[in-house]
Write a protein that binds this ligand. Structure first.
Ligand code: ZN
Length: 184
């Protein structure tokens, strides 16, 4: 749960710390505005993938379910700067499938927190694996990190790609390659 009062105080200090005047007209409401914004950006802490993935349907067979182009926005835990991009998810069901919007919800649960991309990718894979009892999961995340685009090496447009595979999609490289091809 985001403590808006604390965030507000922190932003006041930040504004002072960078040498700005927190009392000037354009900045006077900024701490409160930022505090409200963080409540939304960090809503994932109060959400649980279990809740979304518990609404399942029975499915015959074990053909792959693939969903691509799920957009997300997260905050890098090293710089508190946004990283954002697209998630693709594939899983091999074991009698249970989730509604397609629930996969996007699961992405939101882990994206709306302070994260590194690698961990977020793994958490999405684990949630689908555990909650759906899937035979295998493959998650691919492609993202741009503002901490790389705006500072340091300053390489705008650079994409960071992370993957996480579980179960049969971790063990069977031929099947994984086939699904990766379909994802692209
Ligand atoms: Zn960063």
């Amino acid at each position: 749960m985001v403590d808006q009062e604390k965030v507000k105080k922190a932003i006041e200090l930040l504004i002072e710390g960078i040498g700005e005047d927190p009392a000037r007209e354009g900045l006077v409401d900024t701490p409160e505005r930022v505090a409200r914004m963080y409540t939304e950006l960090c809503a994932g802490y109060d959400d649980d993938a279990k809740v979304h993935l518990s609404r399942t349907f029975t499915a015959e067979g074990s053909e792959a379910v693939i969903e691509t182009g799920i957009t997300f926005y997260s905050l890098c835990e090293h710089h508190l700067m946004p990283f954002f991009g697209e998630v693709s998810i594939a899983y091999i069901p074991n009698g249970k499938v989730a509604g397609l919007s629930k996969l996007a919800r699961t992405v939101e649960v882990y994206a709306r927190r302070l994260r590194i991309q690698e961990r977020m990718t793994g958490e999405i894979a684990d949630a689908i694996m555990d909650e759906l009892g899937a035979k295998g999961v493959l998650v691919v995340v492609r993202a741009e990190h503002m901490c790389m685009s705006m500072r340091g090496v300053k390489k705008p447009g650079t994409q960071t790609l992370t993957t996480a595979s579980r179960g049969i999609l971790s063990e069977d490289s031929r099947l994984r390659d086939e699904i990766l091809k379909m994802m692209n």
